[in-house]
Design a protein around this ligand. Structure first.
Ligand SMILES: *Cc1c(COP(=O)(O)O)cnc(C)c1O
Length: 471
């Protein structure tokens, strides 16, 4: 090893020395000692490898002051929770990677008292004896949808699994080849079917399935006719699927229950707001489905959950399944779901107060004004790194819902000058809090539809900082 490197190694401050520094004592007010030691070791290790690799040319990084600054940065990173809030500027409302739905304020207000204290989770207050954790949401689900019975599990994948396992294990389930969907990479109808022990009988072709296709294979071993809402893609052109009322008619004739996996589970009629219509839960039930399943955190706008609605005898059988104990939901989910559902008693309030619905229903005019407020907050900038403009674009509902629907929106568009769009995207993603944007045609785009009002200030500040960076 050459003498220069040896000299640098000798200059590295000692751990004890660093720990005794007044600045390290300041760290102790915020961080546990074990974490401070780990941060110091990490920083020193990094310095040693830099010297070894010859990339630490001068000794300035070895000054105690500079080492402690690096330790402070490392501590901040180490102490940051792994799961943190981010700002969604992608324009995808139900963004699967960003936590799907944001909860309504009314649900959030109840979190603290419920999580910080005991509750009547499984206690019947009137009778003073053990109760069921599910009563808290079942009544309201029945009230809102006119379903005969309701139950709730961990997510919609679990709802489909437990329904198939209970009603069709070892028997046949008939499903159209056009509906063998994969959702989010891990939920595939054929795989869930296999796990449940049901025997999948595929009928029809990818683009067309007729009622007679079902009728030809229906028999004594048929346990269920399954319809799956193809929520994340559309087959266009020469297509046909059997409408639910017809399928239900067939089921009734043969005494076979019909189940629809709705996926999104929408309770409001989107077409009333001039949006592309999405089948509602109420429609599915009134069209004769014996059982419907859907997610709590897609278009419903609540917490992660799987909801099952339908005939009482079927729901009772599913409820008795041992799997139910393994798939049950916790009290915070129940609380968030009950509060979200209560908002649906007044559909106008639901559309205003459930963030997922509010964002989807927001008009272009409202969004355009929001975008202007954002630009105003950014104020005057030098414009050396990029030029900031407003542009038209479109947002999406996301979450595998309404795949073809584009929601006209207004975007902040940063046209690169000194910095590339890729650099800006990554810089914003590493901002605190992270801001998730997208790059399109070499422009960095921030869709204001999914940026919350309180976040506009943070986004504007980030843009100002980006403007001030020296490339
Ligand atoms: C999203 C979806 C599921 C899975 O629901 P999770 O709540 O994510 O478990 C199942 N079926 C369909 C049709 C879906 O769209």
């Amino acid at each position: 090893m050459d003498d220069d490197k040896q000299a640098l190694f000798r200059k590295i401050p000692k751990v004890d020395q660093l720990m005794l520094d007044p600045r390290a004592e300041e760290f102790a007010a915020t961080y546990p000692k074990s974490l401070i030691l780990r941060a110091i070791h990490d920083v020193l290790d990094e310095i040693r490898s830099a010297i070894g690799a010859g990339s630490l040319a001068n000794g300035s990084r070895l000054e105690k002051e500079s080492v402690l600054s690096a330790v402070a940065d490392t501590l901040r990173t180490m102490n940051r929770p792994s799961l943190r809030p981010v700002i969604n500027a992608t324009g995808v409302v139900v963004h699967t990677n960003l936590g799907r739905s944001i909860l309504a304020e009314r649900a959030l207000r109840q979190f603290r008292p419920l999580a910080g204290g005991y509750s009547n989770l499984e206690y019947d207050l009137e009778r003073g004896e053990r109760g069921s954790r599910y009563v808290h949401v079942e009544e309201i689900l029945k009230e809102l949808t006119s379903a005969e019975a309701a139950m709730v599990v961990n997510n919609n994948a679990a709802a489909v699994l437990i329904a198939l396992e209970t009603l069709a294990k070892g028997r046949d389930v008939i499903v159209s080849r056009g509906q063998l969907v994969e959702i989010g990479g891990s939920f595939r109808i054929p795989d869930v079917m296999k796990k449940s022990g049901a025997n999948m009988v595929e009928v029809g072709a990818t683009n067309k399935t007729h009622l007679r296709d079902y009728e030809e294979v229906i028999g004594p071993d048929t346990a269920l006719l399954l319809k799956v809402h193809t929520s994340n893609y559309q087959i266009i052109g020469f297509t046909q699927e059997v409408p639910l009322p017809e399928l239900s008619g067939l089921g009734k004739r043969y005494g076979v229950p019909v189940m629809e996996d709705l996926g999104s589970g929408c309770l409001v009629d989107f077409s009333k707001a001039g949006l592309q219509s999405e089948p509602t839960v109420q429609d599915a039930l009134s069209s004769g489905a014996d059982l419907v399943t859907f997610s709590g955190d897609k278009l419903l706008g609540g917490p992660q959950a799987g909801i099952l609605l339908g005939r009482k005898d079927l729901i009772d059988a599913i409820r008795r399944n041992q799997l139910n104990r393994a798939l049950r939901i916790d009290k915070l989910t129940l609380l968030a779901l009950e509060e979200t559902l209560r908002l649906y008693r007044d559909m106008d309030a639901a559309v205003k107060e459930i963030p997922t619905l509010k964002m989807i229903f927001q008009s272009y005019g409202t969004i355009s004004k929001k975008a202007q407020r954002a630009v105003k907050r950014v104020g005057n900038i030098k414009g050396k790194n990029f030029s900031l403009q407003l542009a038209d674009g479109s947002s999406r509902a996301g979450g595998g819902a309404l795949p073809a629907m584009e929601l006209p929106s207004r975007l902040l568009s940063l046209a690169p000058k000194g910095l590339t769009a890729q650099f800006m995207e990554s810089w914003l993603r590493n901002y605190d809090p992270p801001i998730i944007s997208r790059v399109e045609k070499e422009h960095l785009l921030l869709d204001v539809r999914t940026i919350q009002e309180r976040e506009l200030k943070i986004v504007a500040e980030a843009i100002r900082e980006l403007d001030g960076l020296t490339a």
